[in-house]
Write a protein that binds this ligand. Structure first.
Ligand code: ZN
Length: 82
């Protein structure tokens, strides 16, 4: 799951809760569920972003692990393909 998909899921879940709350009235249980969705959603987004950030890239020339954000391979200096 990408962070974009996680964000879309969390936002749609929050909108659903908001619509249900406006329609049926917010009570303590719905507020607690809403808070849980926000907390779990923020955590899921953070985890998804971290996973994407640390995903390794491999150099096309020497096939060693490089930083996905580096413009050049730190081992052989080849230009990164992105
Ligand atoms: Zn290399």
């Amino acid at each position: 799951m990408t962070s974009g998909a996680v964000i879309a899921f969390v936002v749609s879940a929050m909108l659903l809760m908001l619509v249900a709350g406006l329609r049926f009235g917010f009570d303590l249980v719905s507020l607690v569920i809403f808070g849980l969705i926000v907390a779990v959603g923020a955590l899921a987004v953070a985890v998804a972003r971290k996973k994407e950030a640390v995903a390794p890239a491999f150099c096309r020339d020497c096939h060693r692990v490089t930083s996905p954000n580096a413009p050049y391979c730190k081992h052989c200096g080849a230009r990164a393909t992105g």
